[in-house]
Design a protein around this ligand. Structure first.
Ligand SMILES: *Cc1c(COP(=O)(O)O)cnc(C)c1O
Length: 458
């Protein structure tokens, strides 16, 4: 990312060729992030596999990358699954965890021998029906939930209660003769390490109980949710919240967010209630070190090894660390009626959006001319193309070194995980942003890259 930001001409070339905004993706760090997880498997001497949770980024090139890098993809819809099959990714490298599964999806999985993670009994019956019609044996995993952590049961709307599921699994050969049980699966909400460690321990205990009943458990899949670090400075991160709170509570303080937006906290009787509803962008523990901790907890790695169970991960966001940027063009500058400088970008808010109240990374302003830095203290808000008062690309006030000019660029870094695609919409009939792969110094449209690299059918 740092490399690319310094190549001004290239960025301008990308925007003039593919429009604004443009999402640029590169595989180098993606591969590296997968390797870091794989090295942990190796260091514990356990069998493991990484499945990239594709819902974090829709670029099809990432599926080709998984195939070429010899790791897997977790699919959450029929179309995601179809891309994986078309890419030539082996069936053992594909897993399907879609939250809603229809006949079409089960048919696709059944004809291609793709392991499907079952969430409820209705799905199980549908899976059996389709596999029977196709006269195949469909591999399945069972999603479980209801783990105990900190003497509380973790709520989830997904999966079967882990305390009750053993009988269901034992009776699969009689009740669902076209399904074959392969392993257990969970994915926890939030980012707690101890909850994940507890859930892994309880999954291993269930697997051990099943193996005593002569049921083979090939894998335990612990889903994703590995935290990613976005920021360098711990002080900046904590200072920001202190200053934000001060600015909201004290009328004499300047705003640092648009019209003193509280990022999800509620001001009540001179106090702020709750915490800002933002992703924890600052993290000291890298994702693969979190995996190390999970394996060290409760002797989990030893138990996996002794039971000969493969550990599977489905990271989305953390695999995309350092793998993508979003670039947008400046369309106008103006001052609003209260004197704020607004920079209008050819972009809308859904083109860089997650469930976090704001993306707490500073953008980079790339000016066309090598302008002298301005003396004054320039601060601005970036606004987008939807016809709403609250259409801000970032809610934070952004310090600038010089006054942006029309045609200048703003670069948002580390947007590959969720930010690019998860909430993008086509309101106002705007085109969706183009996705391009940066490879060998050149840009290739993602869809073209996929067609070029998928196996040719004679
Ligand atoms: C969302 C999701 C993931 C990926 O989560 P990240 O936080 O992006 O790592 C993996 N597995 C399942 C089942 C999911 O729903």
């Amino acid at each position: 990312m740092e490399h690319l930001i310094n190549e001004k001409l290239k960025l301008h070339q990308a925007v003039s060729e593919f429009g604004s905004p443009v999402n640029i993706i590169n595989f180098e760090e993606f591969f590296n992030n997968v390797s870091l997880f794989k090295e942990i498997f190796k260091s514990f001497d356990i069998s493991g596999e990484v499945y990239f949770a594709r819902k974090a980024n829709k670029a099809k090139g990432l599926v080709i990358a998984a195939r070429d890098g010899n790791f897997g993809v977790d699919t959450a819809s029929g179309n995601e699954l179809k891309d994986c099959i078309e890419s030539g990714l082996g069936s053992e490298k594909i897993i399907c965890t879609a939250a809603v599964k229809n006949e079409e999806l089960f048919s696709l999985a059944a004809t291609n021998n793709v392991c499907v993670i079952i969430d409820n009994l209705d799905e199980m019956h549908l899976a059996q029906k389709i596999a029977n019609e196709k006269q195949v044996i469909l591999p399945i995993g069972i999603r479980i939930s209801g783990f105990k952590s900190n003497s509380e049961i973790l709520y989830s709307r997904f999966g079967f209660p882990c305390k009750e599921v053993a009988t269901l699994i034992k009776d699969i050969p009689q009740n669902f003769p076209n399904l074959v049980f392969k392993g257990l699966h969970f994915h926890l909400n939030g980012y707690s390490i101890s909850e994940r460690g507890d859930a892994l321990q309880q999954s291993i205990a269930l697997a051990s109980q099943l193996q005593e009943m002569n049921i083979n458990v090939e894998f335990i899949d612990i889903g994703g949710g590995f935290l990613m670090n976005y920021l360098q400075s711990k002080n900046e991160w904590f200072d920001f919240f202190n200053i934000l709170k001060e600015s909201i509570l004290d009328n004499n303080k300047d705003e640092i967010t648009f019209r003193k937006d509280s990022l999800g906290m509620v001001a009540h009787q001179g106090k702020l209630i709750g915490e800002p509803k933002v992703y924890p962008y600052y993290n000291e523990l890298p994702a693969h070190e979190i995996l190390r901790q999970l394996l060290n907890m409760h002797d989990n790695y030893n138990n996996l090894r002794n039971l000969n169970i493969q550990l599977r991960l489905e990271p989305g966001r953390s695999l995309l660390a350092q793998s993508g940027i979003t670039v947008a063009k400046v369309a106008f500058r103006k001052y609003d009626m209260e004197g704020r400088l607004l920079i209008g970008l050819e972009m809308n808010r859904t083109q860089m959006k997650s469930s976090s109240e704001d993306f707490l990374l500073d953008p980079f302003h790339i000016s066309q001319n090598n302008k002298v830095e301005s003396e004054e203290n320039l601060e601005a808000y970036l606004v987008g193309a939807y016809c709403l008062e609250q259409e801000l690309i970032l809610k934070r006030k952004i310090p600038l070194r010089s006054m942006p000019e029309i045609g200048d660029l703003f670069v948002f870094v580390n947007t590959a995980g969720y930010m690019m695609h998860f909430y993008e919409s086509q309101a106002h009939c705007f085109d969706l942003a183009q996705n391009v792969i940066l490879q060998n110094q050149g840009f290739i449209l993602d869809s073209v890259y996929f067609e070029m690299n998928k196996p040719k059918v004679c």
